[in-house]
Design a protein around this ligand. Structure first.
Ligand SMILES: C[S@@+](CC[C@H](N)C(=O)[O-])C[C@H]1O[C@@H](n2cnc3c(N)ncnc32)[C@H](O)[C@@H]1O
Length: 204
């Protein structure tokens, strides 16, 4: 349900590809269509991106990249991959496979990955929903072929958005604890972290 292609002016030179399940994309198309027919919302239903392609695919299937390419995605073009709110729903092997496929793209074109990673403790919030985790995405991603990994936690200066002023805020408290800790030293509750990660890679 991401709306970047409709709200980010910086995408005016970019081709945007949205990959999701067919039924999710269908629902989105219906909502956007309703907005274009409404005088109140019409201007918000105009894309700001150069082009927008909706690609119905399950990223746990082996052919999602081919589907993307059939929709016009060109692996040789510089690409920013946004995996936001996705990886932790996948099994470990599926998530690793997706990351490897994207890492392989680094050998073809300048590639940037933006992704959020749950740490192990976060997956205990729902063992039926959350599967994949990494406590050290800043170590994992270079092992797959990415470089320049930058990791932020909610509340860091670049992930603050002027909203987290209270030093006792849950996220600010977490940031002051070593990342290796799985439980709070005070009360033994899990240290649930969400890492916001940027990584990149380029052909040599
Ligand atoms: C929490 S949402 C976040 C989406 C997006 N970042 C946004 O802001 O709207 C997770 C999305 O991932 C999609 N998704 C989950 N598993 C998937 C899979 N195996 N293949 C393709 N899409 C998947 C879901 O349908 C959902 O739209």
């Amino acid at each position: 349900m991401d709306a970047r292609a409709y709200r980010l002016k910086c995408l005016k030179e970019s081709d945007v590809f949205e990959v999701d399940f067919a039924e999710v994309l269908q629902m989105k198309t219906t909502i956007i269509q309703a907005a274009t027919e409404s005088t109140n919302y019409r201007q918000h239903a105009m894309t700001t991106a150069k082009s927008l392609h909706r690609v119905a695919a399950d990223i746990t299937d082996h052919d999602w990249l081919q589907k993307l390419e059939k929709s016009g995605f060109i692996p040789e073009k510089n690409t920013v991959w946004v995996l936001e709110g996705v990886l932790y729903y996948l099994s470990h092997s599926n998530a690793m496979e997706v990351l490897k496929i994207i890492a392989d793209n680094c050998t073809i074109a300048h590639t940037v990955l933006l992704a959020d990673f749950m740490n192990k403790s976060s997956t205990t919030l729902s063992s039926s929903l959350f599967h994949f985790y990494s406590d050290w995405p800043d170590h994992l991603l270079p092992s797959l072929g990415f470089s320049d990994v930058k990791l932020s936690q909610i509340g860091d200066p670049d992930a603050h958005f002027g909203l987290l002023h209270d030093p006792l805020n849950l996220f600010n408290k977490l940031r002051s604890l070593p990342r290796s800790l799985q439980t709070h030293p005070d009360d033994g509750t899990p240290c649930c972290r969400l890492y916001l990660v940027k990584a990149s890679g380029s052909p040599n």
